[in-house]
Design a binder for this molecule. Structure first.
Ligand code: ZN
Length: 488
């Protein structure tokens, strides 16, 4: 057997001001054929798992290029086309192949392409013909377009959010592909459109129980090969945005359709109940001030660079300053220009500085303060699970009892070590203000006396009913209250 594999992935927040070019991919991950490191990034596990599987089976794995860019705004047209054509050229050269196993994300949007993955999969199908197996691993924060479903035999999607299972799901993907290539099964994909869009953290109920049940059904239901939920990605303004359920069965599309519908209607019945309750900046600051002891963590949940925003919103910080709150550490505010100024001034300098809120509307105003430059760190990084996440050249500035870390590489606040990396003991402050939606919880909950989830300003289109979409469908909840009877 000869199997081709490659990866091309990013998550596009079409409302984000941070445009993506080839350099952005190269800064995150760009690996030529055979040069992918031994450890996978989020969307490239099909390559590393494919190496193990093909070695075990005695099959040829033909590796194409692998690219990943951290979530941000629109991908430049030329960048997408170059990366796509590179992979298609490699596939063409590898022909004939028996299968194609890809690592995608599924929420990329490029200038001129609302559905780049559908475009890529369609072109892959054109090259290999109708009888070759084509499958891919996807992130649930993606758009499941009809074009993708038509072009691929099946998809397997991460079940967990936070995405702790991307390697396990790549193993599922390959396990199904291997059995199909050996002729033991014939995977077919059934999709149910839930007619909704929501956010589904799986670390809490009700989604925890739902995911556990999907695992149980995969074991107990005869003929069922895989179940997935496409959560959808509300920051991607594309025509086919929304939540969908995928069932992959052994040749029984009707069984798959039944299962997908049952699960999909269950998700719909729980709409609006998945997220942790959030408060505005005034209530968040009240709660933090009232806490008997620290550190109280205020999470600026929607200015999360992990969802493609700039990460420079100042709404909550401005509220803290206006209320005269002290004993605060902020990690981080993205402002490469201010960092550059601090580096020029040097450690110990006292300077007038304008920082933050320079990138997008409805994220507050730039902060003007006379600051002391306390510490400067080149190529700063924080821990993230077993690995490290870089946040670039960084400056610790201080004014009026508030410490702020300014960074030059956008990064969400994964771990309290972002403070210690700059010389600030996170446990020593009453209030820690951070930027993350969900990923911060595991590490910060270990030191926090209390966690306050704050929705401040509008850095991210998190209220779909109010978002000014130009392309996304409007016949789904919460844009309409009842999408089942409202449709014609
Ligand atoms: Zn995701």
């Amino acid at each position: 057997m000869r199997v081709f594999t490659a990866a091309l992935a990013t998550e596009t927040n079409t409302f984000s001001p941070i445009a993506i070019d080839r350099r952005a991919f190269e800064a995150s991950l760009y690996a030529r054929p055979g040069e992918h490191p031994a450890t996978p990034t989020l969307c490239t596990a099909p390559i590393t798992v494919g190496r193990e599987v093909c070695a075990r089976e005695g099959w040829d794995l033909i590796e194409g290029s692998a690219s990943w860019a951290d979530p941000a705004g629109l991908v430049a047209r030329a960048t997408y086309e170059e990366l796509r054509d590179e992979i298609l050229g490699q596939l063409q050269a590898a022909m004939p192949v028996d299968g194609v196993v890809l690592g995608l994300h599924g929420a990329m949007v490029a200038q001129g392409y609302d559905d780049p993955e559908g475009d890529l999969l369609g072109r892959v199908r054109d090259i290999v013909g109708p009888d070759v197996l084509v499958c891919a691993e996807l992130d649930p924060h993606s758009h499941l377009t009809a074009r993708r479903v038509a072009a691929a035999n099946f998809f397997v999607v991460f079940k967990e959010f936070p995405h702790t299972d991307f390697v396990d799901r790549a193993r599922d993907l390959w396990a199904i592909a291997v059995r199909a290539l050996k002729g033991e099964i014939r995977p077919v994909m059934s999709v149910f459109d839930c007619r909704m869009i929501d956010v589904f953290p799986t670390s809490k109920q009700p989604m925890r129980g739902f995911v556990d049940r999907m695992f149980a059904l995969e074991k107990s239901e005869p003929g069922l090969l895989s179940l997935s939920v496409i959560h959808g990605f509300m920051a991607g303004d594309v025509p086919e945005m929304g939540t969908k359920v995928i069932a992959v069965t052994d040749g029984d599309a009707a069984q798959g359709a039944r299962l997908a519908e049952t699960l999909g209607r269950e998700l719909f019945s729980m709409r609006g109940t998945f997220m942790v309750a959030q408060v505005d900046e005034k209530t968040a600051v009240d709660a933090a001030m009232a806490a008997p002891e620290g550190p109280v963590v205020i999470a600026d949940v929607w200015d999360n660079p992990g969802g493609g925003t700039a990460g420079d919103a100042t709404v909550i910080l401005a509220e803290l300053i206006a209320r005269g709150v002290t004993d605060v550490a902020v990690g981080t505010i993205w402002d490469p220009i201010a960092v550059q100024i601090c580096f020029a001034a040097g450690e110990g300098a006292e300077i007038p500085l304008r920082f933050g809120a320079k990138s997008a509307p409805r994220t507050g105003s730039p902060i003007d303060q006379h600051v002391t430059v306390k510490r400067l760190v080149r190529d700063a990084q924080m821990r993230f699970g077993e690995s490290y996440a870089p946040f670039g050249d960084a400056a610790w500035i201080s004014f009026g009892g508030i410490d702020v870390i300014l960074n030059s590489t956008r990064a969400q606040s994964f771990d309290p070590s972002l403070f210690s990396a700059m010389g600030i003991d996170p446990k020593s402050r009453k209030i820690l203000l951070i930027k993350s939606t969900n990923h911060f919880y595991d590490s910060f909950s270990r030191i926090a006396s209390e966690i306050v989830y704050c929705s401040a300003g509008k850095p991210y289109p998190n209220r779909p009913a109010e978002t000014e979409y130009r392309k996304a469908r409007r016949d789904i909840w919460p844009m309409v209250e009842d999408p089942w009877t409202a449709r014609d």
